[in-house]
Ligand binder design. Structure first.
Ligand code: CTP
Length: 403
């Protein structure tokens, strides 16, 4: 993964138990291709040593505004001008209060104040006890920091170092990384609401059995992440898959095609784009048994009858909003052969402006894929790549078509 290649990050640590997560976060930044300059406050040094952070970042840590290593003796100027972003993780309640007032009595607060505000974003990851986080003073400070242009990340909820439980934990290192990577992606879909289906559906035969398919949901989840990175509000209607929810995405879990259709209908009116990436079961058992179907010992097998599931995509594409162009619909086609011909036929049959074809056995469960985009002007290929890269390229294609 080289999502942060060429980016230089100033990673600031203020005092908090969550400093241990900053070590892992620093490692993640370096792995993602960033160069990292760590700056620590005195309080941070009570929780983790500069030795650890130097080893992980590969650079000596700065801790003082009087650091004479800089030729001009102005580390606050030099460090802030080199940065593509300054990330404070953990950002303690006290440090946030300092930032708010523009106080600058140590190197980290000094370089935050000295940064070129138009060019160098300041991103803070709050970390504190739940009472401190909920306190009106902290909430007021966070609101004002946002108004001043600071990117304030959310917090986690759960067990806290103090033994209490609630909001205020710093985000986990992989969540911080996802947020920072998203921050640098172009906001091509800002202001848009994107509705996505992903994964397989599960059609019950009885309370313990059912039919499903091999879709892993990875492509649809990558699309949800890419849409959110592009600035969209995202609703992800997911069939039964064991994948983590991309950050900032609203997820609705469903099982059957009928559930999926209901969830899609509930959100379609507010959406600007609908992307049907789910592998919806074409048929379901005509009736699901209330109780487990038992063998009776005679060797007789149950006679299963099937009925066709509703076509969720075709239904949405036939709506007035889709027909007027207010809702842009994108279908997927998972084929085994003759991809172009099948994709073109499916585009016409589903009544969608854009159909994305892929070869089912080459994508189901895998991390890489290749896509064939078919629209009114013809076909173009997105060559084999990891699914997140493909999803980002697809978002760019959709944004271009939205105009
Ligand atoms: N789709 C849907 N509802 C269904 C079936 C499919 O919304 N009941 C959507 C899929 O999410 C995908 C597109 O329609 O975007 C094509 O799905 P696919 O299974 O490839 O096509 P089918 O319509 O099932 O056609 P066939 O089985 O003949 O290939």
């Amino acid at each position: 993964m080289s999502d942060l290649a060429g980016k230089h990050i100033v990673l600031g640590l203020s005092g908090g138990v969550a400093a241990y997560k900053a070590a892992e976060f620093c490692r993640g930044l370096v792995k993602a291709g960033a160069t990292v300059q760590v700056v620590m406050t005195d309080a941070a040094e009570h929780f983790i040593t500069p030795v650890t952070m130097q080893a992980l970042s590969g650079r000596p840590v700065y801790t003082s505004q009087w650091d004479a290593r800089e030729g001009n003796n102005m580390p606050h100027i030099n460090l802030s001008r080199e940065a593509d972003a300054i990330v404070i993780a953990p950002a303690s309640a006290d440090f946030l209060a300092k930032l708010l007032h523009g106080r600058a009595d140590d190197l980290l607060s000094l370089l935050c104040l000295a940064r070129p505000i138009e060019r160098v974003p300041l991103i803070v990851a709050p970390a504190m006890n739940r009472e401190m986080y909920a306190h009106p003073a902290t909430q007021r400070n966070l609101a004002q920091l946002r108004a001043d242009g600071t990117v304030v990340l959310g917090v986690g909820s759960g067990d806290q170092a103090c033994g209490e439980t609630g909001d205020g934990r710093m985000l986990e290192p992989d969540e911080l990384l996802e947020e920072l990577i998203a921050h640098f992606q172009p906001k091509r879909l800002a202001g848009k609401h994107v509705l996505i289906t992903a994964g397989p559906t599960f059609e019950a035969i009885d309370p313990v059995r059912g039919i499903t398919n091999r879709s892993s949901g990875k492509m649809g989840f990558a699309i949800a992440r890419a849409a959110r990175e592009a600035g969209a509000q995202v609703t992800l209607v997911a069939g039964p898959v064991a994948l983590p929810t991309p950050r900032g995405v609203q997820r609705v879990d469903v099982e059957s095609a009928a559930d999926m259709q209901r969830a899609v209908q509930a959100s379609a009116d507010a959406a600007d784009v609908f992307i049907a990436a789910a592998a919806v079961a074409d048929w379901r058992p005509a009736s699901a048994a209330d109780q487990k179907i038992k063998k009776d010992g005679s060797g007789a097998v149950p006679a299963l009858a099937f009925v066709e599931n509703p076509d969720i995509l075709a239904g949405v594409a036939a709506s007035a909003r889709a027909k007027s162009g207010a809702l842009y619909c994108v279908g997927f086609a998972a084929e085994s052969h003759d991809l172009l011909a099948h994709a073109q036929a499916k585009r016409a049959r589903k009544g969608v402006p854009l159909l994305v074809g892929n070869i089912g056995p080459d994508t189901f469960g895998r991390d890489h894929n290749a896509l064939l985009l078919v629209d009114a002007n013809g076909a173009s290929e997105l060559p084999r790549a990891d699914k997140l890269s493909l999803a980002r390229a697809l978002m760019a294609e959709i944004a271009r078509r939205l105009g």
